[in-house]
Design a protein around this ligand. Structure first.
Ligand SMILES: Nc1ncnc2c1ncn2[C@@H]1O[C@H](COP(=O)(O)OP(=O)(O)O)[C@@H](O)[C@H]1O
Ligand SMILES: [Mg+2]
Length: 349
């Protein structure tokens, strides 16, 4: 009897899980009415903040159903373009337009920090929820790995990762046909990242996601836009295709490569120049600096000797031969160090 009751219970539970579309395995963004064919568009768009030039005459278009990733070093303007596209920031010149019937769900880079710290998780969800979703709030929170007790915690008591999860859970309360997610996996643990990724894979609208996370982006998007030197560079594949094309081992190298002081280290895509490893690059940088120090020492020394040589009685002095010998040695060394410097600089690109 107990066994058959248990069987009945199992069945009921199973049915319940199948019925709700917000269980852990089946968290999904609600469907929204379709947008027009062109979802977002930037034409000849330039953006400056005061004297800081961010984007220079860029063009970008996003079609319905596309999934695009924005990648690139910090400070290259990914957030800025996302903001301009959703209408949260004006362009300096050029135009950004949204398509017909586009409804945007925007997760800003600092979205988690915008939550009200004084209210609970459940109250936060209620605040953003349309009435018809009220019954699903706990299930959505559960899907984002919050337990039944968690839901009455105050936001102030949450960790960075928990806040990010809550802010993302709020995105599932209303139907959008265009999701713009700016670094949504910051502070997320692996399981939450996967929950989000699975939900995004099921999303049938248009997706624009800014991320540095290779695993998260892998197979999630079909086009990758790299932000570099105020321009956009397009790769017609996901993050793995992008890294392969750029001959980079991982997303951290995307960061490192331009982190060097003023040295332009990016080769153009597909130009056949082998990309250096971070360690090789550091070594070359050291060589360049060492050569530069030695060059200025040698130049100063040669200058001193030349001044001496310019004195009227120089050639009559007993030490003149020795000084001349030293002069030609230093000159030879200067040539040599200069060549080494040139080679290292060339290798750095
Ligand atoms: N509100 C702002 N005022 C002034 N400068 C800004 C502002 N927002 C961003 N910037 C600058 O614009 C550049 C691009 O920033 P951002 O779009 O945040 O880059 P990313 O998202 O690629 O890291 C950076 O140099 C940044 O300091
Ligand atoms: Mg950013």
């Amino acid at each position: 009897m107990a066994q058959s009751m248990q069987k009945q219970l199992d069945k009921m539970e199973r049915i319940e899980i199948e019925d709700t579309d917000t269980s852990v395995m089946n968290l999904r963004f609600p469907d929204a009415p379709r947008s027009g064919e062109i979802v977002a568009k930037a034409e000849h768009l330039t953006k400056r903040y005061g004297n800081v030039k961010v984007l220079e005459n860029v063009d970008f278009q996003l079609l319905r159903g596309e999934r695009v990733a924005f990648v690139g070093q910090n400070g290259q303007g990914k957030t800025t373009l996302a903001k301009i596209l959703v209408g949260a920031e004006p362009a300096t010149s050029g135009a950004a337009t949204l398509g017909y019937n586009v409804s945007i769900g925007y997760y800003a880079q600092n979205q988690a920090e915008t939550l009200d710290p004084k209210i609970t998780l459940l109250e936060t969800m209620e605040k953003y929820s349309p009435p018809e979703m009220r019954t699903k709030l706990r299930a959505i929170l559960g899907g984002f790995l919050f337990s039944g007790e968690d839901v009455d915690k105050k936001v102030v008591a949450l960790s960075g990762g928990e806040r990010a999860r809550l802010a993302l859970a709020c995105m599932l309360l209303r139907p959008f046909n265009f999701l713009v997610l700016d670094e949504p996996t910051n502070h997320l643990d692996m399981l939450s990242k996967d929950v989000l990724k699975q939900a995004l894979l099921k999303f049938n609208g248009t997706l624009l996601v800014v991320s540095h996370d290779r695993e998260f982006l892998s197979d999630l998007t079909t086009r990758t836009i790299e932000f570099r030197d105020h321009r956009l560079i397009e790769y017609l594949g996901d993050v793995n295709y992008f890294l392969e094309k750029r001959r980079l081992d991982n997303m951290r190298d995307v960061e490192k490569r331009t982190a060097m002081s003023g040295v332009k280290a990016y080769p153009a895509p597909d130009n056949g120049v082998p990309v250096l490893g971070a360690e090789e690059k550091k070594q070359l940088q050291r060589q360049v600096q060492k050569a530069e120090r030695r060059i200025s020492e040698l130049e100063a020394e040669l200058k001193t000797i030349e001044n001496k040589m310019a004195e009227a009685d120089f050639y009559t002095r007993p030490e003149s031969n020795e000084v001349l010998k030293k002069y030609s040695d230093r000159k030879a060394e200067l040539d040599k160090v200069y060549n080494e410097w040139e080679t290292a600089v060339e290798q750095l690109g």
